[in-house]
Design a protein around this ligand. Structure first.
Ligand code: SF4
Length: 224
């Protein structure tokens, strides 16, 4: 709080940075702009973030609640911002140099004593294409392990196997999104688009308005 006689910060919103990015949470990969700034209210200054959808071919500028709040991963107060090493049973914050030296020396020891396949590399579906490429190169070329996987194994491999068998494509759509409103009958099998990829729902609403039959096959009644 400002004391009497001190100059009060100027009220209002001051944007300090604007970044173009995309939501990492689902396959729609909605594009957005995240602005960072400060807001002054009643003499109190707080940092604010604002996510706005950007026009793009898939979501046409829409964002769902997950995308609107995706930046909270980076800004959350409990986010780890420095490495931890377990020492005498306790996780202790250390400098990056120490963490990287520890990893390098542990990997070297494993490589020379157990071989490359003693090391497994695990990525994440939220990695960008470029980071995923680098991780793959690191695993296969630098380390030489055949064990590399990612968290999508749990949610996507069943869909990929079924997609390959039925449509001959690993995953993804079998038509352009722009074709959906033109369809006369749409079968949504085992997919809850309204909750999992909500920014695509307007395509299906438009199809329904155009008279399409929409058949949803799901063991649960979902918003879709
Ligand atoms: S539909 Fe939602 S979760 Fe999926 S990419 Fe867009 S904003 Fe993210």
């Amino acid at each position: 709080m400002c004391q009497s006689g001190e100059s009060k910060p100027e009220a209002g919103l001051h944007v300090s940075s604007v970044m173009d990015t995309q939501c990492p949470f689902c396959s729609v990969q909605c594009k957005m702009t995240v602005s960072t700034g400060t807001e002054t209210l009643a003499g109190i200054i707080r940092t604010v973030y604002k996510a706005e959808g950007k026009p793009n071919a898939a979501s046409q500028g829409r964002l769902c609640i997950k995308g609107m709040n995706a930046h909270q991963h980076a800004t959350h107060a409990e986010r780890l911002v420095q490495p931890l090493i377990r020492k005498e049973g306790k996780l202790v914050p250390v400098k990056w140099e120490e963490a990287l030296d520890t990893i390098a020396s542990s990997f070297s020891t494993l490589l020379s004593t157990q071989g490359a396949d003693a090391i497994g590399i695990y990525g994440g579906g939220s990695l960008s294409n470029e980071t995923a490429y680098l991780l793959g190169k690191f695993a296969r070329v630098a380390v030489g392990t055949r064990y590399i996987d990612y968290n999508g194994r749990f949610c996507m491999s069943a869909a990929a196997s079924a997609g390959s068998k039925v449509f001959g494509v690993d995953r993804g759509l079998t038509c352009r999104l722009a074709d959906i409103p033109l369809a006369r009958c749409i079968v949504l099998a085992g997919t809850n688009i309204a909750e999992c990829q909500p920014t695509l729902m307007p395509y299906f609403h438009e199809a329904k308005e155009n008279g399409a039959f929409i058949i949803v096959i799901d063991p649960r009644a979902t918003p879709t």
